[in-house]
Design a protein around this ligand. Structure first.
Ligand SMILES: Cc1cc2nc3c(=O)[nH]c(=O)nc-3n(C[C@H](O)[C@H](O)[C@H](O)COP(=O)(O)O)c2cc1C
Length: 494
């Protein structure tokens, strides 16, 4: 699987890794010497609007597919959030995607924010803070947000296996994947206004229960992100840039009046690509080949993406992302988390990996190229918006060299804060260990086996099954292993 790409775990030292980047022409900044304590660029505080963030590590939102049917956290959720706190990172970007309405949940176990769940969500935050205090010694400079979402096209609120898409426009490639006909109903402008109101309500609750900010999610193919590519939609919320960003503007306007003082952030898929799939020529049942893009020759200029080159939609184009960040600045939003693509239709863009999940494809490129692509987008945007606080994404794949790249990225101003996703499921204490100058525990590094994605794709909670004993030794791990064996047998038969 992916054998022809460098296995980072086998690289002898920092010098060899740096050489590999140079030989492959992969533009990723790299510091061979790591600094620690007060000297480390990663230990420097940040501040904006009178708010202080104590260091340069952020924890990305990471869903667990482990909430109750009514949208409250379970023991697994509480444990994950405590681990986020234990990391020592001073910016908690959202915890995880929390739906503002039942019908906008991405799965029947997604957290939901409303009057019934608010006490439990408050306790989730408090658990994180307790754990942070114990691990880091103080909660000074800790900023905690809540990611608010509506899953739009990827809503599955009631039954795990049954999609109930809420779409803004007909997408020539994604509609086919979801089996939507041309007459499948679109969300009306009236439906959209109701969704906007539920964001206002959610933000008010988030403020009441102590969150410092809410992230109005605009990434990964979910509703906020779909608005940005709604070029072909008619009415108030589609077509022009002003219309495609009306959803954001109306949400922000309402939050300013219903939750005054609450900070707002936006996690953005700054660029996208056409959907990918396993190359049919190199795949057999149960054994996906490398990813290739869907054919788009008939669809040019490509009008169903945000941040893609319309003439060649496998290339990013940051023109509209720049416009979008200008708008955020006008709206007084300083917190921006730069992500890309979608886990549903181009996972190699969104979360570079050597080993794909059960519904994925083999890497079509060295996953380091995917890391570099996301890092470069953050760099370009940071350069143009020095006053915005930019969080970078896709660092987990760097494994033992994550600290070297993180330090260089912050030192050279590629990003203000380095966000961690999958790594924090495997090795929550990594940020603290880096800041304290401790040697990393290599056995705990995420090697991107994708079980954290394969599990929920097959109806199980997410977590680090290979490395976190809590999952590794559970009944859930036995079930996951049976599922993976079934895939293997199918592929052997084929
Ligand atoms: C299991 C899992 C759950 C995730 N949940 C969320 C989520 O709730 N919200 C979100 O914006 N991104 C989510 N992501 C994406 C991550 O936040 C992150 O962007 C991605 O994993 C790439 O960063 P990494 O290389 O550090 O893992 C999730 C990713 C994984 C693997």
């Amino acid at each position: 699987m992916g054998e022809h790409f460098l296995h980072i775990g086998s690289v002898r030292n920092a010098e060899a890794f740096k050489r590999h980047l140079e030989e492959q022409n992969i533009a990723i900044p790299f510091d061979e010497v790591l600094l620690s304590g007060g000297e480390s660029p990663l230990a420097q505080p940040l501040s904006f609007n009178g708010v202080k963030i104590g260091n340069r590590f952020a924890i990305h939102p990471m869903e667990g597919w482990d909430g109750t049917a009514d949208g409250s956290p379970t023991e697994l959720t509480i444990r994950r959030w405590r681990n986020f706190g234990r990391s020592g990172a001073k910016l908690i970007w959202g915890g995880e995607a929390v739906a503002v309405l039942h019908e906008g949940r991405a799965n029947p176990n997604q957290l939901l924010i409303n009057e019934h769940t608010s006490d439990d969500l408050a306790r989730l935050r408090e658990g994180l803070i307790d754990e942070h205090r114990q691990a880091a010694g103080s909660t000074d400079g800790l900023l905690i947000g809540l990611q608010l979402t509506h899953s739009g096209r990827y809503s599955r609120p009631n039954v795990k296996a049954i999609p109930e898409p809420r779409v803004l426009y007909h997408h020539p490639l994604l509609d086919k994947r979801l089996g939507l006909n041309a007459d499948y109903p679109l969300l009306s402008d009236g439906d959209i206004r109701e969704i906007i109101e539920s964001f206002h309500r959610a933000a008010r609750i988030a403020r009441e229960i102590g969150f410092d900010f809410v992230d109005v999610k605009h990434c990964h193919g979910y509703l906020g992100h779909e608005f940005l590519s709604a070029h072909t939609r008619e009415g108030d919320y589609g077509g022009s840039f002003a219309n495609r960003t009306r959803f954001l503007r109306e949400i922000v306007e309402g939050i300013r009046s219903t939750a005054p003082g609450l900070e707002i952030g936006v996690r953005l898929s700054a660029f996208d690509m056409v959907p990918f799939r396993p190359d049919p020529e190199r795949s057999s049942p149960g054994k996906p080949g490398p990813g290739v893009s869907e054919s788009f020759e008939e669809l040019l200029p490509y009008r169903w993406g945000f941040g893609v080159n319309a003439a060649n939609p496998v290339e990013p184009d940051l023109t509209e992302a720049v416009r979008f960040l200008s708008l955020l600045r006008e709206l007084g939003i300083r917190l921006v988390n730069v992500s890309a693509g979608s886990p549903y239709y181009n996972p190699h863009v969104q979360r570079p990996t050597l080993f794909p999940p059960s519904d994925g494809y083999l890497p079509p490129e060295d996953p380091l190229v995917g890391v570099a692509r996301q890092m470069d987008a953050a760099r370009v945007l940071k350069r143009q918006f020095p006053d915005l606080l930019i969080v970078g994404t896709a660092y987990t794949y760097l494994q033992e060299f994550l600290p070297n790249v993180a330090q260089a990225a912050v030192r050279e101003g590629w990003a203000d804060s380095v966000g961690l996703g999958r790594m924090v499921l495997a090795y929550p204490e990594l940020p603290l260990h880096v800041l304290e100058g401790r040697k990393l525990d290599r056995k705990r590094l995420c090697r991107t086996f994708s079980d954290c994605t394969t599990a929920p794709r097959n109806g199980l909670p997410s977590g680090c099954y290979p490395l976190d004993a809590h999952y590794k030794k559970s009944q859930m791990a036995i079930t996951l292993s049976e599922i993976k064996n079934r895939y293997r047998k199918e592929s052997a038969k084929a």
